[in-house]
Ligand binder design. Structure first.
Ligand SMILES: Cc1cc2nc3c(=O)[nH]c(=O)nc-3n(C[C@H](O)[C@H](O)[C@H](O)COP(=O)(O)OP(=O)(O)OC[C@H]3O[C@@H](n4cnc5c(N)ncnc54)[C@H](O)[C@@H]3O)c2cc1C
Length: 398
């Protein structure tokens, strides 16, 4: 394949790596440009939803994730004060997916597994230490400039998948708007090998715990529990992430006489934003470059992989003769989903967790329990929260 026909992928996060795998397997020459010297090792996404696992299955990635992860057939909302539990069983989705569960596995494992597959493809190259600084295009092709060892190097290709994350250089340099909000509170994440199930034996691997004073989330990955908390109004950021601040929060989950062993900690700002357009000619945004949402519901990376799947299918259709205008359909299909499904669901979860009025909290919780118990109500709820409905809606948009 001539260089002019290759696809350049900016960013080797989960979205860029999946795009490279899908395109490379379809026979495209692919060049991935990654700013860092290696794949990221940060503790961010850890939940894979059923349709994402179905997409990854095609390439043999799902089984490797399962081998390295933890299957969660059920997940819970819990009310701290009353100890009420609403437990959702994904087993009822078994006619609709090959993977009727959430898979708990860190995103840095996924990118490494995919890299292993890419290494076997002669037509895919992943270049580390290559920071994309600009992208220009003509009617016929696109040129991406990357800074490598202090020098600017140009790469030509047919299209660019811009999966260069929240601060996407390609989005910003093309002046594409990124409207939305930044939450006033920050999120604190801490992980510990302490086994919370010794104190709460009925915990599921994924638990959203509402509390009138401070909500939190407990997520299991194979060797750790990850806890997520919001900061309080006016709380000092340094204190929130300090040993004392973290221990105080963890002791709010389960009080202990000895300090928690903390393996990772992060404090980060949370945004709900979406790009005004996902396409500028031959450059298409995907993943966090195109949309950001709060992590309550575990949908950012999953939605990004769904973007990459959709976009790469269209690039394959263009290679097979379709008009470039089908890329406008990519924006039409994926942008509304980011707002109406992903952001909406993430915000609903946040509101549910942080509700302070005891009557409203109780009414909402009883409704959740009823939904979880009644398969007729649980089905639409799980179709939505597992991202099956959003994918069907997206595919139905012309
Ligand atoms: C605490 C937390 C928990 C989360 N949990 C979940 C979850 O359970 N499920 C879920 O679906 N989502 C979750 N998310 C969101 C998820 O982590 C992101 O949506 C996901 O990482 C997006 O993937 P991406 O590939 O689009 O971007 P990124 O993962 O940000 O990758 C972008 C890549 O591009 C590279 N890059 C950046 N700029 C350049 C440049 N100029 N040139 C070349 N390379 C560049 C970066 O180095 C990086 O490797 C969570 C997020 C957080 C913060």
């Amino acid at each position: 394949m001539a260089v002019k026909d290759r696809i350049i992928v900016a960013g080797a996060g989960p979205v860029g790596m999946f795009a490279a795998l899908k395109l490379g397997t379809a026979g495209f020459d692919v060049l991935v440009l990654e700013a860092n010297d290696d794949l990221a090792l940060d503790l961010r996404a850890s939940t894979f939803h059923p349709p994402t696992l179905d997409m990854l299955d095609v390439y043999g990635v799902t089984q490797e994730l399962i081998d390295d992860g933890l299957i969660a057939p059920k997940w819970q909302f819990r009310d701290r004060l009353t100890n009420k539990i609403a437990e959702f069983d994904l087993g009822i989705l078994s006619d609709l997916t090959n993977n009727p569960y959430r898979l708990q596995c860190e995103q840095h494992k996924m990118t490494r597994i995919v890299k292993g597959h890419l290494d076997k493809l002669d037509n895919v190259e992943v270049k580390f230490g290559a920071k994309v600084v600009s992208g220009d295009q003509t009617e016929d092709d696109v040129t991406v400039v990357a800074e490598i060892d202090g020098e600017n190097v140009s790469f030509d290709g047919a299209f660019v998948v811009a999966a260069d994350g929240a601060n996407s250089t390609l989005r910003i340099s093309h002046g594409i708007g990124f409207e939305g909000i930044t939450y006033p509170e920050m999120f604190i994440q801490a992980s510990t090998p302490y086994e919370f199930r010794d104190d709460m034996p009925d915990l599921s691997p994924i638990n959203y715990i509402s509390d009138s004073d401070e909500w939190f989330v407990l997520l299991r990955v194979p060797k750790l529990w990850r806890a997520l908390f919001p900061t309080r109004e006016g709380e000092d950021e340094q204190y929130a992430i300090s040993d004392e601040g973290i221990q105080k929060r963890m002791n709010g989950v389960i009080k202990r006489d000895v300090p928690y062993e903390i393996e990772h900690r992060t404090l980060y700002r949370v945004h709900q934003r979406v790009a005004s357009d996902y396409r500028i000619g031959r450059i298409c945004l995907a993943g966090d470059a195109a949309h950001l949402n709060n992590p309550l519901g575990g949908m950012g990376m999953n939605g990004g992989i769904h973007d990459a799947f959709n976009l790469c299918e269209k690039l394959e259709q263009i290679r097979d003769g379709a008009d470039h205008s089908i890329l406008d359909r990519y924006t039409r299909q994926r942008k509304p989903i980011a707002v109406e499904f992903v952001q909406a669901q993430a915000e609903r979860n946040r509101q549910l967790l942080r509700e302070r009025d005891p009557e409203v909290r109780m009414a909402r919780f009883l409704e959740l329990q009823e939904t979880a118990r009644d398969p007729e109500k649980a089905m639409p709820f799980l179709l939505r929260s597992s991202m099956i409905e959003s994918l069907e809606r997206s595919n139905a948009i012309e």
